[in-house]
Design a protein around this ligand. Structure first.
Ligand SMILES: Cc1ncc(COP(=O)(O)O)c(C=O)c1O
Length: 359
């Protein structure tokens, strides 16, 4: 195995080494058949076994019964920003705008119909998610869209709102904690953070939604048709879905989502403590502490020069991907499921050392 370093990239991001090794072997040869998993038909029995096991494990990890379907879609979470209103925005939809991604989702919704922004924290540069007391919900809304973890701004919704048709973009925390799927109408996320490579969007749809679907141009854009075709209206990203299956197996072996959540809390705590104990050298960017993300930890240093030096010196110490999002700056350490506790320990200790040398 080649040497692997700590990659704090926000996505595409680190994947578990065991998953990569198994997937690489299967790319060359699937179960001794003399061909790899990316080289066989999506209509054949080999891939059928893969997708069936992936659906089964996904349902079991998320605790989903018969009420919801598991879909593996394409086009990134961004495509879902359009598909959701295309299918389900009949009269008006509510959107909570808490950061870059929910702002984009709302803008795409607007392009499709009436959107009500229930609250926005843009005036404070998205340093928090608006609190429920500020929300102006429309009781008639077709659905309520939230982003449960804002990847760019580093905050999350500690608890999800209750709504008859709650739609959740969980891209940057999918399967990093348990999700209350029984209270969610549609849950989706790009795979490239916690679940696999870019190119697959894991989508969980409550089946009663299909009855509310509008007419869409072709089956490709229809949730119901994708569900009927087991996500194979056209050729799906077969190898990507295979890697998701390996990640699901890995998550099962780790003890499931509640176990992952505990580890993720422990990892994030190490870095937040390094911020909070730095006598102000590092400043967290999130103004409401209980909203601090466990996945994307965002903070600033006293100057841009020090930020550059921090990123470069960290890279020399085998920690990469720490530069903040292009429009936000500062540092962002993404600590998805595959980041080991040791990676967060190494970063926390590097931060302490750097601060003591530069303060
Ligand atoms: C929360 C969130 N939603 C949506 C997206 C967009 O994903 P994609 O690039 O797969 O369209 C991202 C990408 O980082 C994200 O973090």
């Amino acid at each position: 195995m080649s040497k692997r370093i700590y990659n704090f990239s926000a996505g595409p991001a680190m994947l578990p080494t065991e998953v990569l090794e198994k997937s690489a072997a299967t790319l060359l040869d699937y179960e001794g058949k003399g061909f790899g998993i990316a080289e066989c038909s999506h209509r054949g029995k080999e891939f059928d076994c893969v997708i069936d096991e992936a659906i089964k494990r996904c349902k079991s990890l998320l605790g989903i019964g018969d009420s919801h379907d598991v879909l593996f879609l394409q086009g990134g979470a961004t495509q879902l920003f359009t598909l959701i209103p295309m299918n389900f925005l009949n009269n008006s939809a509510d959107y909570l705008v808490s950061g870059e991604w929910s702002k984009k989702a709302a803008a795409n919704g607007k392009a499709m119909g009436n959107v009500n922004i229930v609250a926005s924290s843009e005036s404070t540069n998205f340093d928090h998610a608006p609190q429920p007391s500020e929300w102006k919900l429309n009781p008639e809304a077709d659905y309520f869209h939230v982003c449960s973890n804002e990847t760019v701004h580093g905050h999350r919704l500690p608890t999800l709102p209750k709504h008859p048709n709650l739609v959740v973009d969980a891209s940057s925390e999918f399967m990093a904690r348990p999700h209350p799927v029984q209270d969610i109408a549609l849950l989706y996320g790009g795979a490239q953070k916690n679940l696999g490579p870019a190119g697959v969007v894991l989508t969980i749809v409550r089946k009663d939604l299909y009855a509310k679907q509008k007419k869409v141009p072709t089956k490709l854009w229809s949730f119901k048709d994708q569900a009927d075709a087991k996500s194979m209206v056209n050729t799906p990203p077969t190898f990507g879905i295979y890697i998701l299956l390996e990640v699901f197996r890995w998550l099962d072996a780790k003890g499931g989502l509640a176990a992952m959540e505990k580890i993720n809390e422990q990892k994030a705590k190490l870095i937040y403590e390094a911020i909070d104990n730095s006598n102000g050298f590092y400043k967290g960017t999130v103004s409401i502490k209980e909203q601090r993300s466990r996945m994307n930890i965002t903070y600033r240093l006293p100057s841009d020069e020090l930020t550059d030096e921090f990123v470069k010196t960290a890279a020399k110490n085998e920690m990469v991907g720490l530069k903040g999002y292009r429009t936000v700056g500062g540092i962002r350490a993404s600590t998805y499921n595959a980041m080991p506790v040791e990676g967060c320990q190494a970063l926390a200790s590097f931060m302490k050392d750097f601060a003591s040398k530069k303060s």
